[in-house]
Design a binder for this molecule. Structure first.
Ligand code: PMP
Length: 457
């Protein structure tokens, strides 16, 4: 549709009525009003086209403009638009089975609407599980600094980014944080492996010092994504799993970003051979087309909730969780990912992206390049020797130049610590070779132009 006649009026109304996430009130620069999407490309209200190398907010795995997804939701809306999952409906049953198949293990599925809610449900299930098990003191959850797990009270308490939470003192209690495996910034003289094992060891020390009888779970993403693409070594993941097992602590894996092919495997934890007790997922489950999330719980844990007594089962209700249209759409989305081989394609595209970006390693601003499947982060520094983060102006300048050339990339990290200096790439898994040519050529050119006269930091 052509919105040009109403463009200015819409922008005025945007400024007047719409409260944007993560932006100052009445920000000077108007937001990009996006009107359409097709494949990896979006169009704004002025008709400009951009390659969306962030898939919206790490969501649109199958790409924009998929008619089959819209039709799957449409047909389900006509047949049955809504019914709560205190009873049941067919797309809910089918999707739960399909997710268990994708997880390649024996899980039972609880549906919600967002990643935050999926994590909230996971925390409640973990805590209640220990109570049902005769271990009622186990309530604390260990997370990592820099991790993001959502915006609602518990999920934000689990988040390890101070800038998002320090103004909300009433956050739920019982959340502890340990050092993330940020190998690039490890202490001098330590190997990557030693540092990864030290970070895992901090989890064990926290469990021991807090008393294992008080710890319910550890939550982690396979790699910390929004906190700046921190990719752990295999030894870290193995050690964390072993520590959790030994201390009777449940392991919750947050697959909100890494799931559904993004990592080059069906789920991020498959890359590490991890066997989580609980897996949470959202975003890519519907490729962002409708809100839907899920908390997958290992059957042995689920079976602890069999009692029908006053406190025996899980008294958690989510009105819209597992909406039939969203479930029908998610089923179609998974079918597309399977039929088009997009999980394998993600691995292939990720390898290409990484190898092209490696060409920028010698660039004075590029401190580190980290990738996981079809996710990539480039950490920008002002000084390679001291690793001082590049200034916000430099990072924003590069993102702005990419945008003016038709390429949307992300910026992640941690503002409080001054490390919001990681450029992030998360394009649709359906990206074509031409999309990749454009992305790599545009970004490389923008970076090389930084060297020609413009101040770099
Ligand atoms: N976990 C992770 C890893 C996320 O990246 C996000 C959202 N960016 C969430 C949880 C929360 O998801 P939502 O915004 O859907 O509540």
């Amino acid at each position: 549709p052509d919105f040009s006649p109403e463009r200015d009026e819409l922008l005025d109304k945007d400024k007047k009525y719409l409260w944007h996430s993560m932006a100052p009130c009445n920000a000077a620069i108007p937001p990009m009003v996006v009107t359409a999407g097709a494949g990896s490309w979006i169009t704004d209200i002025d008709g400009n086209r951009y390659l969306d190398a962030m898939s919206g907010l790490w969501c649109v795995n199958a790409g924009y403009g998929r008619k089959e997804l819209a039709e799957a939701a449409y047909e389900q809306l006509l047949a049955l638009p809504y019914y709560p999952l205190s009873q049941s409906h067919v797309p809910g049953i089918q999707l739960a089975e399909k997710l268990s198949e994708w997880l390649e293990d024996d899980y039972v599925i609880f549906f919600s609407n967002s990643g935050s809610e999926a994590n909230e449900a996971a925390f409640k299930i973990a805590r209640q599980y220990h109570q049902q098990n005769g271990d009622p003191g186990r309530h604390k959850i260990i997370s990592r600094y820099r991790a993001y797990h959502g915006g609602s009270t518990g999920a934000l308490a689990a988040t390890g980014q101070a800038q998002r939470k320090f103004k909300y003192e009433s956050l739920g209690g019982g959340f502890l944080h340990v050092r993330p495996p940020d190998s690039y910034r490890r202490p001098d003289g330590m190997t990557e492996e030693q540092f990864n094992l030290l970070c895992a060891q901090e989890i064990e020390e926290t469990i021991v010092w807090e008393a294992a009888e008080s710890i319910a779970a550890v939550i982690m993403e396979p790699v910390i994504t929004g906190g700046g693409m921190l990719v752990p070594q295999q030894c870290y993941v193995d050690r964390v799993q072993e520590i959790c097992k030994r201390h009777g602590v449940l392991l919750i894996v947050d697959e909100v970003i890494c799931g559904f092919g993004r990592s080059g495997r069906k789920f991020g934890h498959h890359n590490f051979g991890l066997k989580p007790d609980i897996v949470t997922m959202a975003k890519g489950l519907t490729s962002g087309y409708l809100p839907l999330s899920a908390t997958a719980v290992r059957r042995t844990i689920y079976e602890r909730f069999a009692s029908d007594g006053e406190y025996g089962h899980f008294r958690h209700v989510n009105t819209f969780g597992g909406n039939p249209a969203a479930c029908a759409l998610a089923l179609k989305n998974l079918e597309i990912l399977e039929q088009e081989g997009l999980v394998d394609r993600a691995r292939e595209l990720g390898a290409r992206l990484e190898s092209e970006m490696r060409g920028l390693r010698a660039h004075p601003l590029v401190g580190d390049i980290r990738s996981f499947g079809f996710l990539l982060g480039i950490e920008l520094v002002a000084d390679k020797a001291t690793k001082q983060p590049a200034s916000a102006e430099t990072v924003k300048g590069i993102i702005g130049q990419c945008k003016s050339r038709g390429l949307i990339i992300g910026r992640n990290g941690d503002t409080v610590a001054g490390y919001n200096n990681v450029l992030t790439f998360c394009p649709p898994l359906s990206s074509t070779d031409e999309d990749m040519n454009f992305l790599c050529a545009t970004f490389t050119d923008v970076m090389n132009n930084q060297l020609k006269g413009t101040p770099v930091a």
